[in-house]
Design a protein around this ligand. Structure first.
Ligand code: ADP
Ligand code: ADP
Length: 237
């Protein structure tokens, strides 16, 4: 059974202006993502990639179609089940979305506090995660004191805090220079290989897919126009 399975998923937004057309951000998308995949979703700006990610995380309801995560239909979940779903899905973002008024340590601890984990266990896990991303010496620093690559490493540590099975990376390296991008991609590869976390990588950059992903779906105007193994999709004429 795939870990994430989308069947004929459509998301339409009502028109913003009176008399304007509604936008179909995601248009009848079907995809299967297996446990352990690093699955890339590539497309130009406006293709529907971020919308797709918000649907998987149940941040928004689908207009039609079905999304199963670990066999559970995410549409129509109650609050308690939604919390459980989201504990199992970590997210990282282009602009890192760290709490600027909190230290690195507190940023990583935050989801564990929300989840109700005890102090000792929280502290052990935060220290372990900071060591994993190579930032133990920055525990008491504030985000503004860090480089972009370091901020994203904090983002990764925070996203992994609740030990999710899935990590959603939405343009996670788009704000970084090429060298830092490769460092962050190497770290994400380790997350996949060492922890077995399934990673869904949203990007407009081919290089990111070729460095990190094993499978890819190409999106255009809400539709998946091609998908398969990276080497197959990108060797097609
Ligand atoms: P991508 O992530 O590939 O850049 P998005 O998923 O952000 O694409 O957007 C896909 C389309 O849906 C775009 O036309 C965008 O303007 C539209 N869209 C996204 N979110 C909303 C929203 N909340 N309301 C209306 N239209 C939206
Ligand atoms: P609060 O204001 O929420 O009580 P604290 O400053 O007391 O926050 O810190 C919360 C917990 O995090 C405490 O158990 C503290 O010992 C632990 N903690 C904070 N920073 C570190 C660190 N660098 N290494 C280990 N534990 C830490």
């Amino acid at each position: 059974m795939p870990l994430v399975s989308l069947r004929e998923v459509t998301k339409a937004y009502p028109s913003r202006s009176r008399g304007g057309y509604a936008v179909t951000a995601v248009d009848r998308v079907s995809l299967d993502i297996e446990a352990g995949d690093v699955y890339g979703i590539i497309g130009y700006s406006g293709a529907g990639k971020s919308t797709l990610v918000r649907l998987v995380n149940a941040l928004e309801p689908v207009t039609s179609g079905s999304i199963l995560v670990d066999g559970v239909e995410v549409t129509g979940l109650g609050e308690r089940e939604l919390r459980r779903l989201r504990l199992g899905i970590g997210m990282i973002f282009q602009q890192f979305n760290l709490f600027t008024s909190r230290t690195v340590w507190k940023n990583v601890a935050y989801p564990l506090r929300v989840a109700g984990l005890g102090r000792a266990e929280t502290a052990a896990r935060v220290d372990e995660l900071l060591a994993f991303v190579g930032l133990s010496d920055k525990a008491q620093a504030y985000p503004e004191q860090l480089s972009g690559g370091q901020k994203q490493r904090v983002g990764i540590a925070r996203a992994l805090a609740t030990r999710p099975r899935i990590l959603l990376a939405d343009e996670a390296t788009s704000a970084l220079d090429p060298e830092t991008t490769h460092e962050v991609l190497a770290l994400l590869k380790r997350v996949n290989e060492e922890f077995g976390v399934t990673i869904i990588v949203i990007t407009h950059e081919m290089d990111v897919i070729q460095t990190l992903a094993t499978k890819v779906a190409v999106m255009d105007a809400g539709r998946v126009v091609e998908h398969g193994e990276v080497f197959e999709v990108f060797s097609r004429p």
